[in-house]
Design a protein around this ligand. Structure first.
Ligand SMILES: Cc1ncc(COP(=O)(O)O)c(C=O)c1O
Length: 476
């Protein structure tokens, strides 16, 4: 028999809130016939977002090339999809059932380099692109490579996406929390960063990197050019690498916000002595192809022998999934004007992005109108991190609690709230403690992915629930 005590403690200690206890309960309730609105995870196609036609056309043809031999079958596809499938298969004559080179198929890496170069007007070396099974695997490779021992630490935002905290627990690095500034659109704050890193250094932790998520999950914030410059200077001062998680770069809804990549800002600043790892993925944007596990990372300002180690690490799992690599190719080279599927692509893309923008508005306006609830209007990404107030519990004095006790107490409170919300309304959100939150505050994270017609209902259900819940607590 194998028991928990036989397992790696690091695995037992790792926490991953977005798929935690509340989601398991939601699945139980669903099995009993209750309607659940899943707002716990950025999984757009699970919430009825349609895949883009050109992506699926090309992928089907590449998966089953026999279709290309039959003119009758081809009639069902846009001619440019047929041409593209033929081109892809000319580059990968062995098809998608064979392993590829470890870092990925060369023409896909080249297309990714081209995409970044055009997006940012900067030179990009295709040999410094590694194709991965989603952004997650890239992040894990970089963290694995950077952590030399348990005392090495990585600065991660609070609130954060729990991939980072969980991976640090798994690999044995120290988590150096830095709070995002909720009172200043969730931007990074130099004073907070400096205090966090200095506190870690005092505790003999050796900081090796900083993680920045832009646009933010769970905050929905889009970083300004100036804020990114400040972060680059900070990383340079403390001699640490930057992990730029840019998976939501296409998800910007606020007219006054613009996505700037770290690669672009660093190029403009002429900073070449800060290692930069930038991540992108096909799971988000208007693609939402989470299940294809398609992604890449770019490595800048690192020497050749270090690059070789990253490619060796990738080679230990042979390569990322090849269909995902082809999907990544399609993400970075969508149909162009003149292609037969171009108009449909634009229509599908704009419809998804406009829908998300409208849903962000419905959520932002709706939740901010609930007494005792407040959230930053989501400027980007797919989430709002919503602050809510609860009456103090009788007989509980949080001032007398240690920091750890208080954290656990607040985690119990936001979890109880989210569980009650689920039981009473069927809405599944994630407690703020799963992402981290400033002591003395309570939050939950919700996506704005459910269909538009469900969003108004969602907001009104949350309103009714929240007001009732607060009344109940007051009477206890
Ligand atoms: C900030 C952030 N980074 C990375 C990921 C993981 O993306 P992927 O599906 O590409 O692994 C997510 C998924 O939600 C995310 O929110």
């Amino acid at each position: 028999m194998i028991h928990l005590e036989n397992l790696n403690k690091k695995l037992l200690n790792a926490q991953y809130a977005v798929r935690g206890k509340i989601v398991i309960r939601a699945q139980e309730l669903e099995a009993q016939g209750k309607k659940i609105i899943y707002c716990n995870i950025g999984n757009p196609q699970a919430l009825k977002q349609k895949p883009l036609t050109y992506v699926r056309e090309v992928l089907s043809l590449v998966e089953f090339p026999k279709l290309l031999d039959n003119p009758e079958f081809q009639k069902g596809f846009h001619p440019d999809s047929v041409r593209r499938a033929k081109y892809i298969l000319s580059q990968v004559p062995e098809g998608v059932g064979a392993y590829s080179q470890s870092a990925g198929i060369p023409f896909v890496r080249e297309a990714v380099a081209d995409f970044i170069s055009k997006r940012d007007s900067i030179p990009v070396d295709k040999n410094r692109i590694i194709l991965t099974d989603g952004a997650s695997k890239g992040v894990q490779s970089v963290l694995f490579a950077l952590l030399k021992n348990d005392n090495d630490g990585v600065l991660i935002p609070i609130p954060q996406y729990p991939l980072y905290s969980a991976t640090l627990t798994l690999y044995g690095g120290k988590q150096i929390d830095y709070f995002l500034d909720e009172n200043n659109h969730w931007l990074l704050n130099e004073k907070i960063l400096t205090e966090s890193i200095n506190k870690a250094i005092e505790q003999n932790i050796n900081p090796v990197a900083i993680v920045v998520i832009n646009p933010g999950n769970p905050t929905g914030a889009v970083l300004s050019y100036e804020n990114i410059k400040m972060i680059v200077n900070f990383a340079r001062k403390y001699n640490i690498s930057i992990l730029a998680d840019e998976v939501y770069q296409e998800n910007i809804y606020d007219e006054n916000s613009k996505f700037y990549s770290f690669a672009k800002v660093m190029y403009d600043m002429k900073v070449e002595d800060v290692p930069l790892f930038s991540f992108h993925s096909m799971s988000k944007g208007y693609y939402g192809e989470c299940g294809h596990r398609a992604g890449y990372f770019e490595l800048r300002y690192i020497p050749e022998d270090v690059l070789e180690q990253f490619i060796k690490l990738q080679s230990i799992s042979l390569c990322s999934n090849v269909v995902g690599q082809i999907a990544t190719y399609l993400m970075v080279s969508p149909p162009k004007p003149g292609d037969e599927s171009y108009e449909l692509f634009i229509k599908e893309r704009d419809s998804i992005l406009n829908d998300l923008k409208e849903k962000a508005r419905i959520l932002g306006e709706g939740l901010n109108s609930i007494p005792g609830m407040k959230c930053e209007f989501p400027q980007g990404a797919m989430y709002a991190f919503v602050k809510f107030d609860l009456p103090e519990e009788k007989g509980v004095d949080i001032e007398k609690m240690s920091a750890e006790e208080r954290k656990n107490y607040e985690a119990k409170r936001d979890s109880a709230y989210c569980l009650a919300l689920l039981e009473e309304t069927g809405i599944c959100v994630v407690p703020g403690s799963g992402f981290g939150q400033l002591p003395g505050t309570l939050h939950f994270r919700t996506t704005f992915l459910p269909p538009k017609e469900d969003m108004e209902e969602l907001v009104s259900k949350i309103r009714k629930f929240h007001l009732n819940y607060v009344e109940r607590l007051k009477k206890e």
